[in-house]
Design a protein around this ligand. Structure first.
Ligand SMILES: [Zn+2]
Length: 287
């Protein structure tokens, strides 16, 4: 399928920011004095500095109220300068010219590259918070070089970033597509059926099971079309298209508010373009 490059060229995949971001946590010392950029995470928000070119990553010296007791984590370079990361307490009030931008905001006011690096930072912070202690013996862990893994200082067990695989699938039936709606989404928005892979399950099996469980529909010709890193907090979304193979639409109201067949010429409100759900719909629902 010739659509792969377009389909995965989306925020939160590192390849999307390869021209401005070079990963490499060990290139710069955390306490290096060389001025650099800051990714500052506050829960699910990124703290940016307003300027003439819009909100951007802060650069250089920070105001005292924004300093942290944490040792900043060097994560590579941004536009050729050191890039460091730290998180701040949710109680910290953000003062101008800084702003707090939600990473999963329905309406984006920041550019996709800044969104992408902020998402990566959010995922790193989550992993750092989750991996301070060994899951086997409770000992303290420390980083090992050149990787995001952590090693226990007591039993030497290594652990690696825990990324949860999910399948997300567009189901087609002639000129219609099956879309679902969760109650928490903005009013009127529909998207693709999706869910977490369980033990022993292939990504394709997961796509078929989620659609069957949520809507009563059986699918076939399940075809992989691309994937997206999803840092809320740490998933990888594997995208598929599939064909209707049977069954009557029966909505599982424990999981969904609604599910419907929509004509591709009359689609409802859809997820933001930064999501693989929207990219799949835009790519495979052309009239
Ligand atoms: Zn241990």
């Amino acid at each position: 399928m010739s659509n792969y490059p377009d389909l995965i060229n989306i925020p939160f995949n590192n390849s999307f920011i390869k021209d401005v971001f070079v990963p490499g946590g060990t290139q710069h010392s955390p306490r290096s004095l060389e001025p650099g950029y800051w990714v500052i995470i506050q829960d699910n928000k990124t703290i940016l500095q307003s300027g003439k070119t819009g909100p951007n990553l802060a650069f250089g010296a920070l105001p005292g109220w924004l300093e942290t007791a944490e040792v900043p984590i060097p994560i590579g370079s941004w536009h050729g300068r050191p890039l460091r990361l730290f998180s701040i307490d949710t109680k910290c009030a953000i003062r101008p010219p800084f702003i707090a931008e939600a990473l999963n905001a329905a309406v984006q006011t920041i550019d996709d590259a800044t969104l992408g690096i902020s998402g990566l930072a959010r995922q790193i912070i989550h992993w750092e918070q989750q991996s301070r202690f060994c899951s086997l013996c409770g000992g303290r862990t420390g980083p090992f070089l050149h990787e995001w893994g952590r090693q226990c200082s007591v039993c030497n067990t290594k652990q690696f970033p825990q990324i949860s695989p999910c399948s997300i699938v567009l189901v087609r039936r002639d000129a219609e597509v099956l879309l679902v709606r969760n109650a928490e989404w903005p009013a009127g928005r529909y998207s693709l059926a999706a869910g977490f892979v369980t033990i022993g399950e292939s990504l394709e099996d997961c796509a078929a099971r989620e659609v069957r469980e949520e809507t009563g529909i059986d699918i076939a010709e399940i075809t992989y079309v691309g994937s997206q890193s999803w840092p809320f907090p740490s998933q990888i979304m594997a995208g598929f298209v599939a064909e209707y193979a049977g069954g009557e639409l029966t909505v599982d109201h424990d999981e969904l508010e609604d599910a419907r067949w929509f004509s591709i010429s009359d689609l409802p409100a859809l997820p933001p373009t930064r999501s693989i759900a929207r990219r799949i719909i835009d790519t495979f629902c052309r009239c």
